[in-house]
Design a protein. Sequence first.
Length: 168
Amino acid sequence: MRIITGLFLVLVFLFAAFGQKSNTKLQTESFNVSDMDGQSFDNVQLKGKIVLLAFWSTRCPICTAEIPKLNRLAASFTGKDVVFLALTAENELKVKNHLRKKPFDFNIVPNSFGMILKFADRDDKGNLMMGYPAYYLINQKGEIELKTSGYNKSGMLDKQINRLLMPE
């Protein structure tokens, strides 16, 4: 009988522990960035809009391969309250040269290492951990709705953006 009672208590505690999962979303840290055309974006101004932050690099073959899909994604939300920002730590000249061969229809934000520092995860030693390309989807309340990285995420991003655009 003690064994059954003990197992029952263990199960109760396990269910209680897993039931503690929080649905609280993280607020984005404050930011203010400018794209290559001089347009500035900050988290306060962007509240009420859906924002997709795409962290990428000209040296990342997966990032370059994803650009046509991301261009189609951005085009599908033209005229809607969705802002697409492509952030790279590289300088404007390097990015301009890359964009001549591979146009990217997002608002391109060069010199964005500060944004990488704000959004990247860190390991237990404090080292940055961010795979490229990395995507952060921010909802209308300024909360991080989704973060993901890697190849072929445009379909998932499309579904999530459409879900956020639906009236509650």
